[in-house]
Design a protein around this ligand. Sequence first.
Ligand SMILES: Cc1ncc(COP(=O)(O)O)c(C=O)c1O
Length: 368
Amino acid sequence: MEHLPQRYRQLFPTLQTHTVLASCSQSALAEPVSRAIKDYHDSLLLMGTNWNEAIEKTESARNEFAKLIGAEPNEIAIVPSVSDVLVTVASSLSGFRKKHVVYTEMDFPAVSHVWQAQSDYTVSVIPVIDGGLHLKQYEKDITDETVLTCVPHVHYRDGFVQDVKAIAEMAKKKGSLLFVDAYQSAGHIPIDVKEWGVDMLAAGTRKYLLGIPGMAFLYVRKELADALKPKSSAWFGRNGFDAAYATGARRFQTGTPAFISVYAAALALSLLNHIGVSRIRDHVKTICSDARQYAAEKGLQLAAQAGRQPGLVAIRDERASETAALLKKKKVICAPWDTLLRLAPHFYNTKDELRHAIDEIAAVFSAR
Ligand SMILES: Cc1ncc(COP(=O)(O)O)c(C=O)c1O
């Protein structure tokens, strides 16, 4: 089971000196991704222009993300961040008569920020009950007046995983579109937008997708994309310099992509597709389940894990940021959020690294 880290760890220089367990925030940088970033920089520095190559890399990143989620390249838009995705999606729904949106208490705060700012819409927020989101509540809150239901595939705080296919079926039955925020799942949990019946899905590149900030992908089902007219759309969303919307999801684009992030993403996604996300899921699941058991033996309190296949170990800690800073001094990198210390491994991490982080956390707690 330690086959993946054995094979790929040498690609990540930081792992020789640090225990890096923060993929839910920023994954470790692979040497080939670092080289891709340098290629962009060097081509500008040494050759004066790299526009055509950068456009090719943008298409290559688009193709790789499409492959990762089972979509067609023309169904993928390249945008600066997931927050920007939400703004552009909201701007595309004004043609609908229905003005009710459903989202959940597990959505990342940006979701509520964007929908609360849309004064034309009423919203319903699906509550978290017993640490989870429940289909019965979706059934109740999605109505015939709901234009869009927004759900996270995986919760950013504790790793709760939702059954997207079941939610998609319910949304469809009620006539609502479904938007999935897959920022916490893409790269370590398999996604199949066609099989699940998802209308729109987004993920940024700096977490489990092994890239850097500045870029996100938006999938829009092709028949739907061609019917929508996003108000947040500009020349990268048009047919050349023409005013007509581009076909497919490209119409959701605005201006020049952050090419340096695009170079990183094209390489990183080809690496992930080469390894295969199912293998990554199996590995991460195994080492997380060992870590949860080990943490419990050490007397650490875990956040509720009502979800299936959790790939995150979230430890309760009122002083999480302070603990993370102490761990950083010991070269253990984790991702604090509020009152949780999140350990988020990827395919390059081992069971022993997670155990080492847990030992260090237990040592900090016992010194208090
Ligand atoms: C699930 C989820 N959605 C959205 C975001 C926000 O992404 P961005 O900063 O690209 O807008 C984050 C960032 O941490 C996230 O975890």
